[in-house]
Design a protein around this ligand. Structure first.
Ligand code: SAM
Length: 234
């Protein structure tokens, strides 16, 4: 197994650059459609339904009244979670590397909610400190060590909970993933990185001793599987 000493330091930046190209250009229209009410294929409908459930789960872990609380929507995409948090009174900063998605998010958002929309890296220190951070499906394309490094960076500037999701792995999924890597990908989509929950828990515990793992929930249905995890300051 690769450890942090042998892990390439450029891995995070490389993946982020690929994700920017993918979400900003290749998949921008598809993502715009998936995150709207427009009709989609049966397969995508299962993804939309799963994502709706995941968003509802994450929102249910945040305070109902967020007046005066600062929230970062890290990897906001087209902004659905940012809007819901802002409706609860949060001061929301919503950031994504894909500028075209941020533009759609800002156009879609109701006029009466105030959200600071930004294009850039969720780890930008200029964003400041937050009471809560949510990264819904924004880290599913990163490898375990990168996920943990991002979580570390985000917890350092978060006073309350950090909610994020990962793609849970199982031995069967890992085989499928390895076989998939043998074939050329026509849509240039960066692969989702399935992660074993136990490995992630071990890495989080050793890299962030001042953080405890709170609630967890797996949302699975049709072509969507994602697992939410809550990190809390001790
Ligand atoms: C699967 S989408 C999810 C979007 C949104 N959170 C949602 O659930 O609708 C992942 C998003 O994370 C963004 N992203 C990935 N890495 C990022 C990074 N390092 N900084 C900011 N955004 C990032 C991608 O551009 C993409 O829009």
């Amino acid at each position: 197994m690769m450890n942090s000493a042998t892990y390439p330091a450029h891995s995070y930046q490389d993946r982020r650059t690929r994700l920017e190209t993918y979400f900003d250009r290749t998949a921008s229209k598809t993502w715009e459609q998936l995150t709207s009410d427009a009709p989609v294929s049966k397969i995508r409908a299962t993804v939309r339904a799963g994502r709706d459930r995941m968003r509802a789960t994450l929102l249910s872990w945040l305070p109902h009244d967020m007046t005066g609380l600062r929230l970062l929507d890290a990897g906001c995409g087209t902004g659905a979670l940012a809007v819901e948090a802002a409706k609860r009174g949060a001061d929301v900063v919503a950031i994504d590397v894909a500028g075209s998605l941020v533009k759609i998010a800002a156009q879609r958002a109701p006029r009466d909610v105030k959200i600071e929309w930004r294009t850039g890296d969720m780890l930008d220190p200029a964003l400041g400190r937050f009471d809560h951070v949510v990264a819904m499906d924004s880290l599913i394309h990163y490898r375990p060590f990168d996920i943990v490094a991002v979580l570390q960076g985000l917890t350092e500037r978060t006073g309350g909970s950090l909610l994020y999701t990962f793609a849970p792995s199982s031995p069967a999924l890992e085989v499928m993933h390895k076989v998939g890597k043998l074939f050329p990908r026509s849509d240039r989509a960066p692969a989702i990185e399935p992660v074993r929950e136990r490995l992630l828990r071990t890495l989080v515990a050793s890299a962030m001793p001042a953080t405890s793992i709170g609630r967890g929930e797996r949302v699975s249905g049709g072509f969507y599987t994602s697992q939410a995890m809550e990190l809390l300051p001790q």
